[in-house]
Design a protein around this ligand. Sequence first.
Ligand code: NCD
Ligand code: ZN
Length: 355
Amino acid sequence: MSATRTLELRQPDDFHLHLRDGDMLRAVASISAAHFGRAVIMPNLVPPITDCAGVEAYRDRIMAALPLGSSFEPLMTLYLTEATQPAEVERAAVAGLIRAVKLYPAGATTNSASGVRDMEKIFPVLERMQQLALPLLVHGEVTRRDVDIFDREQVFLEQVLEPLRQRFPALPIVLEHVTTRQGVAYVRSADSGLAATVTAHHLIINRNAMLVGGIRPDYYCLPVAKRETHRQALLEAATSGDRRFFLGTDSAPHAREAKLCECGCAGIFTALNAMACITQLFDDAGALDRLEGFVSLHGADFYGLPPNRKFIRLQRESTPQLFPSVVPAGTDTVRVFDPGMDVFWQVVATMDIAG
Ligand code: NCD
Ligand code: ZN
């Protein structure tokens, strides 16, 4: 079956994206903007984005890094610290500067040192966010040394997220980059106000990709990829049509040298091929009719945003695509995610009206 097939969708959004800053930002911003209409921008810069002035300045740098005429809209977030003031969060939300606030447990991942150690310290902020119905985006892993890294998400659900949801039942929460079947089940157990982003890479790789036949730092990310049964649960959730699951690529570029060293960084750069890979997965699962919901509708709906006005066209080629293996970023290079499977689909156009 080699006939070319095409597919038109509402333009997708990326509900979890790292754009970084400086040369890296200038290298990757246009890559996301080529496919996605909007993206929720992670605030874990060094130093992190913790106030209105920081958000505005970062948003301006993102806009300046976009190609001329781009309609890409960054949906900005604030980085929650134990010192964050409810009034600052409210100011940012009311001014329309931010769409959400990101909670990193301290030490959980890249640039999370300023994150939260003692949850009680952020209760006043969460209270205010609940009043404002401003989503809390959680990096759902505990960081206690005695908890195995493969169990950190599951323990977070039990020990942190469930008590948090009981205390703030009306606070909209997104469990970011869900990686376990327990995470999927937990999100499904909630009637409203809880959703999860799912990355392209966690739908494709399990931990073997990272550890079998030699250690492959390019597949190291956080939360770390789990065993195959978990990947299958994620794929089932993503392709099920359940509105509580939507795409957040967590595309997280790092310079080659920062990945390939004694203590390599966590993060996989997928912005370039996430859409192609996901379309292939949905095609293989016989779920192309549910793709638009996962990449373009469910997330917008959760955030109270209208669907994008534009559309994209995807095309299934007769031979597998060859993605560039790296992209340049200033004097560095960034490795592009290798899905390790044939991907026949590619995004071929962005259109103002459907086909
Ligand atoms: C992200 C990064 O590099 O900023 N890394 C990752 O492995 N996903 C941070 C994060 O989202 O955990
Ligand atoms: Zn991330």
